[in-house]
Design a binder for this molecule. Sequence first.
Ligand SMILES: *[C@@H]1O[C@H](CO)[C@@H](O)[C@H](O)[C@H]1NC(C)=O
Ligand SMILES: *[C@@H]1O[C@H](CO)[C@@H](O)[C@H](O)[C@H]1NC(C)=O
Ligand SMILES: *[C@@H]1O[C@H](CO)[C@@H](O)[C@H](O)[C@H]1NC(C)=O
Ligand SMILES: *[C@@H]1O[C@H](CO)[C@@H](O)[C@H](O)[C@H]1NC(C)=O
Ligand SMILES: *[C@@H]1O[C@H](CO)[C@@H](O)[C@H](O)[C@H]1NC(C)=O
Ligand SMILES: *[C@@H]1O[C@H](CO)[C@@H](O)[C@H](O)[C@H]1NC(C)=O
Ligand SMILES: *[C@@H]1O[C@H](CO)[C@@H](O)[C@H](O)[C@H]1NC(C)=O
Ligand SMILES: *[C@@H]1O[C@H](CO)[C@@H](O)[C@H](O)[C@H]1NC(C)=O
Ligand SMILES: *[C@@H]1O[C@H](CO)[C@@H](O)[C@H](O)[C@H]1NC(C)=O
Ligand SMILES: *[C@@H]1O[C@H](CO)[C@@H](O)[C@H](O)[C@H]1NC(C)=O
Length: 463
Amino acid sequence: MKLETAIATIALSTTVSAVLNKPYSQESVEQFNLLRYTGTTGPYVQSRGYGIPREAPFQCKVKQAHLFMRHGERYPTEGTGKGNKQIFEKLKNATVESYDGPLSFVKDWEFYVPDSSLLETESFKGAYAGLADCYNLGVEFRERYEDLWDGKTVQPLFTSGQERVVNSARSFGEGFFASNYSDLCSLQIIPENETQGANTLTSHDACVNYNSSYSDAIVGEFSDNYLKTAAARLNKLSPGFNITGDDVYNLMGYCGFELNVRGQSEVCGIFTLDEWISFDYSKTLGFYYQNGPGYNISVPLGYVFANNTYTLMKDQTSYPFNLSFSFSHDSDVATFVSALGIMDPEADLSVDEVEFGAIYKANEIAPMGGHLVHEVLECEDVLTNATDSYVRILLNDNVVPLPGCQDGPGYSCQLDNYKDVIDSRLGNTSYVEACGVPSDVPQYSTFYWDWEATFKNNFSTQE
Ligand SMILES: *[C@@H]1O[C@H](CO)[C@@H](O)[C@H](O)[C@H]1NC(C)=O
Ligand SMILES: *[C@@H]1O[C@H](CO)[C@@H](O)[C@H](O)[C@H]1NC(C)=O
Ligand SMILES: *[C@@H]1O[C@H](CO)[C@@H](O)[C@H](O)[C@H]1NC(C)=O
Ligand SMILES: *[C@@H]1O[C@H](CO)[C@@H](O)[C@H](O)[C@H]1NC(C)=O
Ligand SMILES: *[C@@H]1O[C@H](CO)[C@@H](O)[C@H](O)[C@H]1NC(C)=O
Ligand SMILES: *[C@@H]1O[C@H](CO)[C@@H](O)[C@H](O)[C@H]1NC(C)=O
Ligand SMILES: *[C@@H]1O[C@H](CO)[C@@H](O)[C@H](O)[C@H]1NC(C)=O
Ligand SMILES: *[C@@H]1O[C@H](CO)[C@@H](O)[C@H](O)[C@H]1NC(C)=O
Ligand SMILES: *[C@@H]1O[C@H](CO)[C@@H](O)[C@H](O)[C@H]1NC(C)=O
Ligand SMILES: *[C@@H]1O[C@H](CO)[C@@H](O)[C@H](O)[C@H]1NC(C)=O
């Protein structure tokens, strides 16, 4: 090709691609991501959100940020791990004529929990390592909110007492505080036991009226046909393994946890997205009717966290920091979300069929590493120039407006109105009354405000 022709061709193709390069994509693909359907067993995934920008709105400045977070990706619990081991052995032990179809990988399959002491702990290798996830969020917070910490004041970091939660909090702290972690971060461990009463990051522990099997019967009404159908499909394509519906359920959980641990899983690929949708919905029902709006104790449980967060945001004399970091569990993130009402569907979720349009999705709320951030914005009103404080909630990295209070900049909520919203959602029955919290344990939270005085000498681990 002569030089001029070559140049002309390049010029032409550049022009054509410029024309064809769409400034706004016409594709909608994120709903095909498996991570949206692991039913909170698998790696973190951002919520879908509503398109509200993450940047501070025009004439607003972020003045505070308060994190409430589930621990990062982890190994399964003892119970789930045992089930995973059983299905592994069953498939390995099966005598098959040949390794065909979706299950052909079983031939060389290895169990992903080589040592049972790893159960219940954070994962630390692979693309979705839980501790790395927490560390990276700490780094991201440092990037976003660096101006909100002076770099010299000792800053507390609160975590509930279970080992994996503590380790998540520690990794986050190492990310945020970097080389100042050991000097300037004070890790405060709040025990997860009943005697803490309301002075806790796990409010259901002291809740006498909390029925941990409340949702079982309701979830049980959801048809398990999808499990049987998947089993039959796999038995046709990979004969000889004699897979049952229960095995399918077990294997779907296996996928999520193996992703957490190894960063990949052959098991994930054996199911269709149709099957994942049903599995995820059954998990959603479990959260909805156990820690969500489908159980009338969820709002009082979550109110403890919402009320604490309000006090942290409103009163900077008793908590003289711009940032708070609190680590806990999936059920606590879920009750907090219930108290806020940010994921309430119009009516209770159906057990008859998957409710595709329902806003409540467990995996949007509490995937591994799931978190809520409350930002306090100081904004100057574009019309009046008046300055006021507003709160904006981010659920898994996306702004989610508070129903009944979204007329501030960027759909934020005027700070005092936030309190009105959570109080009116709670109604007349306080946490203590709704839960039957014994009178000889704390009736409200104090640890954010007295951690220095109380914890230094008792159960704290000062780092
Ligand atoms: C698989 O085989 C091993 C060794 O024969 C046996 O110990 C184990 O119980 C079997 N597991 C299952 C689930 O059948
Ligand atoms: C809180 O943020 C302000 C800036 O808005 C900063 O001047 C102050 O030092 C911060 N407080 C602490 C304890 O870091
Ligand atoms: C924080 O870490 C930096 C970098 O290591 C160090 O220079 C600084 O002295 C530390 N600050 C305090 C208060 O320890
Ligand atoms: C509750 O936590 C406290 C402080 O760590 C501890 O002394 C106490 O034994 C715990 N109680 C139970 C029932 O675990
Ligand atoms: C828990 O809830 C289930 C379902 O409503 C009910 O059958 C069971 O009796 C309850 N258990 C307690 C201890 O109240
Ligand atoms: C398949 O599993 C079922 C349920 O565990 C059992 O009843 C049946 O005997 C098994 N069939 C074969 C061919 O192994
Ligand atoms: C809300 O939190 C504050 C500060 O901890 C506390 O004094 C108050 O009693 C709490 N309100 C309710 C209704 O629990
Ligand atoms: C807001 O401030 C601008 C200048 O900063 C001024 O021109 C304008 O009149 C003010 N608006 C009101 C309603 O006070
Ligand atoms: C929740 O519902 C149960 C059963 O209807 C009722 O006994 C209990 O008082 C309710 N609790 C709250 C906090 O509304
Ligand atoms: C913690 O220590 C303080 C001061 O040393 C003491 O008054 C308080 O009773 C202790 N609290 C607990 C729960 O042990």
